[in-house]
Design a protein around this ligand. Structure first.
Ligand code: SAH
Length: 340
């Protein structure tokens, strides 16, 4: 019997569960994560190194048509020094994120990955968009091992309407290439894009579970400042959490992050509710404050997750930070992918 048959694939109305049945669903998802990961949560840092972007996704504040942003590329030596000298003790991994900016990949991300590989034992993930195969290969050779590339929505028509990068087929071809070339791959989709139906949300779940992934996120749609969707309605946090719970039940061994946008969808408690729904990865924002303001995914007013907030949330949910890093964890599961 496949995991899907054991868990039972949800019906559209299941995504709207509320009250007692919802609490029960979330408890089942939390238990599945606990059984699989022993109550341990991966703690990573994120640093955002460029907000130049050649894409024009209608939901994202970094889109190229947004002329109101001060565009920046970080100085790799400065970021490396900050990470090497003053990173929070609890992080085992670092995620390097940027707009889709191949120049920054060459001039900022690659040198940064090389220094960090040499000077630290951090696991390194990158979330830098759809690139040519040779750039993926160069990032891996430099020492990154986890690639995060969200498919955003599994509905091809919506994908093209929201002007997500390239086509959905190209995005999934990229995911398959990354998997086949030895990366650990995480993807993700946006819950509650304007006009999205429950059937489409279920299709996102099925699409994700059919891809060769090691992890997947569900992010609530947040109407981005300075975007064509700035007046649209935010996704409901419950739709997001219910989707996360089903994803956990369908894929008990996947790494599912509690994304920072949960705190915008439900200020103060969204993040903790993510952990209570079976998420097992949290992120501390390490972007220098003078760059952060112009790294605009959602709102200019961001909810910045500090080490203190993260550790408090983990403890409050009866969980604990994982001693084993995320990249290390993946490698234990697929030792054949160890770099010689
Ligand atoms: N350029 C890179 C990564 C940066 S954007 C890439 O293309 O992968 C990171 C993610 O933020 C996107 O993949 C998208 O899923 C999410 N995102 C951006 N704006 C959003 C919004 N308004 N609401 C929800 N998610 C959003």
């Amino acid at each position: 019997m496949s995991t899907e048959e054991q868990a039972g694939f949800p019906r559209p109305s299941d995504l709207e569960l509320a009250g007692h049945p919802q609490a029960e669903l979330h408890e089942r998802a939390f238990s599945a994560a606990r059984e699989h990961f022993g109550g341990q949560v991966f703690v990573r840092g994120v640093v955002e190194v460029s907000n130049y972007c050649r894409q024009n996704c209608v939901y994202c504040g970094m889109r190229r048509d947004n002329r109101a942003l001060d565009r920046f590329r970080a100085n790799p030596a400065r970021i490396a020094e900050m990470i090497i000298e003053c990173r929070p003790e609890s992080i085992t991994d670092l995620n390097i994120q940027a707009g889709e900016d191949p120049v920054a990949v060459r001039e900022v991300v690659l040198p940064l990955v090389r220094v960090l590989r040499r000077e630290t034992n951090l696991g390194i993930s990158v979330c830098v968009g759809s690139l040519k195969h040779e750039l993926y290969d160069a990032l891996k050779a430099a020492g990154a091992s986890i690639y995060i590339l969200k498919f955003e929505t599994a509905d091809p028509a919506t994908y093209s309407e929201v002007q997500a990068p390239g086509t959905l087929t190209e995005r999934t071809d990229n995911l398959r290439y990354l998997n086949a070339s030895g990366w650990f791959v995480s993807s993700g989709f946006i819950a509650g894009l304007p006009g999205q139906t429950l059937e489409q949300m279920l299709h996102n779940l099925r699409f994700a579970t059919d891809l060769p992934l090691d992890g997947c996120s569900v992010s609530p749609f947040i109407p981005g400042d300075e975007t064509p969707l700035s007046k649209a309605r935010s996704a409901g946090v419950d739709l997001t959490l219910n989707s996360m719970a089903f994803l956990r039940l369908l894929k008990p061994d996947w790494v599912i992050p509690a994304v920072s946008a949960l705190n915008l969808a439900e200020p103060g408690s969204g993040y903790r509710r993510g952990l209570r729904t079976g998420a097992n990865l949290v992120t501390i924002n390490l972007t220098p404050s003078e760059l952060r303001d112009d790294y605009l995914l959602y709102k200019r007013d961001r909810y910045i997750m500090t080490e203190e907030l993260i550790l408090r949330a983990i403890e409050a949910e009866g969980l604990r930070p994982s001693q084993v890093g995320l990249a290390q964890h993946y490698l234990r599961r697929k030792p054949q992918l160890a770099v010689a």
